[in-house]
Ligand binder design. Structure first.
Ligand code: NIG
Ligand code: FE
Length: 454
């Protein structure tokens, strides 16, 4: 099926070969790919048409950092922080206890709820980490369930050393590199480690990340979140796709990121190891924000992601992160939107995402606004009017009872991870709560959607 989106007031393409922002544009989608981009006057016919009504259209958000495999919440810990307590990461063990005690169905239900929540807010690709199991069985099942929702799954057995290994961290490293990795790797694309005082030191993290690499996993790193440390340098040394948080950086860290990949054939003048900034974490832990301007000015590739997790950043909203990045981190709105789309794609080493050009995945957002500026200018306002997800308008798919189609487990499909049983399964799925049921994925907007051939 082909689909023409016309009457686009501002098309935010991220396309290096064309104009980043086009006015009065149209896009044609064929199947799950973008087939044509150009001025509205020259648009070819398609099976269906959406009139964007002069709204802005941008690529779907690529949330390259989320911890969705957990049970329980830590609202009381948040309240204590707002009353002056510091964030140390110590609460991770609370979530480990709740996660181990949960059934598979409870973990699946929670992940599905959050993936659906993110999709309704424009996130068409989401990375999901394990890291709240921290034993062989619970890490493996976390990843097995995560893989039902996305192809971008990350093994984070090296989140913290669990309580039962408190005095034997090297034994835990051996467990992670041995039996845990063996059972996790079949369900994981990436390996990650939290390189921080109180979590994993440089040598232990290197051992784990190299073991993951040996098993064919790509490397990502949590680094330099709570203080200065070796995370960034280790990430660059191991050609990590991304080092995430980057709140406390030395000049040498910034230089290393900017120069990363300079010897690679694929080098395009900006750093290959992406600095992924997670301003939801600084918001929720009341910490100083990273300086995105410093990174951008140095030539570092920057991504924005939510870090969605029950402890340090319980938001699934990329729009919220964009607003924070602009207000608190000295990014322009265009830089922030680019970081939340193309930046996320770079952080996942995906060249089919985060860009509107022929051949890319047809993941598109139609805003309830005339330009991308409104995402930062109107914080907290639900501006995602329509989500085109793998070529299909989510608004049309959402009301399960009326469309007869499963409304999500979206992420699995858009990442190409969908197995047939997800596609065809009647969905107790994404909109699992009562208020979700029957509600279109985007808020009711003014978009006109004609199901008639042009
Ligand atoms: O990315 N920094 C480490 N891990 C998470 C927080 C996990 C938690 O507090 O539960 C993060 O912020
Ligand atoms: Fe994280």
């Amino acid at each position: 099926m082909s689909l023409l989106i016309t009457n686009i007031g501002e098309l935010f393409t991220n396309d290096a070969h064309g104009r980043e922002l086009a006015h009065d544009a149209a896009v044609v989608v064929d199947g799950d790919r973008i087939a044509w981009v150009g001025p509205a006057t020259g648009a070819p016919a398609a099976d269906e048409r959406i009139d964007a009504g002069g709204a802005a259209v941008l690529p779907g958000f690529v949330d390259s950092h989320a911890h969705l495999m957990f049970a329980g919440d830590r609202a009381a810990e948040f309240a204590a922080r707002m009353a002056g307590e510091a964030y140390t990461g110590g609460g991770i063990r609370t979530t480990v206890g709740a996660t181990r005690a949960a059934t598979d169905e409870q973990l699946r239900h929670n992940a599905r709820r959050l993936v659906g929540e993110a999709l309704r807010q424009g996130t068409t690709t989401i990375e999901i980490k394990s890291g709240y199991g921290l034993n062989v069985a619970d890490e493996a099942r976390s990843l097995r369930i995560a893989a039902e929702f996305t192809a971008e799954t990350t093994f984070l057995g090296a989140h913290v050393v669990p309580a039962e290994f408190q005095d034997r961290p090297d034994d835990y490293v051996s467990l992670v590199c041995g039996p845990m990795l063996a059972l996790a790797a079949p369900h994981a694309k990436w390996v990650d480690a939290f390189v921080e005082r109180g979590a994993f030191d440089e040598d232990r993290a290197r051992t784990i990340l190299l073991a993951g690499k040996e098993m064919g996993l790509g490397v990502r790193v949590h680094g330099n979140q709570l203080g200065p440390g070796p995370g960034v340098q280790l990430a660059v040394e191991l050609d990590a796709a991304s080092v995430d948080h980057c709140t406390h950086l030395s000049d040498a860290d910034v230089d290393a990121l900017a120069a990363s990949g300079a010897d690679c054939m694929c080098h395009d003048g900006s750093g290959r190891t992406v600095a992924t900034l997670l301003p939801g974490a600084e918001f929720s832990t009341r910490s100083p924000y990273p300086d995105a301007r410093r990174l951008l000015d140095a030539g570092v590739t920057v991504a924005l992601a939510t870090d969605c997790n029950p402890g340090s950043s319980y938001t699934s909203s990329m729009s919220f992160c964009i607003a924070l990045a602009v207000r608190e981190m000295r990014m322009t709105p265009a830089e922030a939107v680019r970081a939340a789309t193309l930046g996320g794609a770079r952080a996942l080493r995906r060249d089919d995402l985060g860009v509107i050009r022929p051949g890319a995945r047809a993941d598109l957002l139609i805003l309830d606004a005339p330009s991308h500026l409104h995402l930062a200018y109107r914080p907290g306002v639900p501006l995602i009017r329509d989500v085109i997800h793998g070529g299909r308008p989510s608004t049309a798919a959402a009301p399960e009872h009326s469309s007869g189609r499963p409304s999500t487990p979206a992420a699995a499909e858009h990442n190409g991870a969908a197995s047939e049983h997800h596609r065809g399964r009647p969905s107790p799925a994404a909109g699992t709560t009562e208020q979700d049921r029957g509600r279109p994925l985007g808020a009711a907007g003014t978009t006109k959607h004609d199901g008639v051939p042009q």
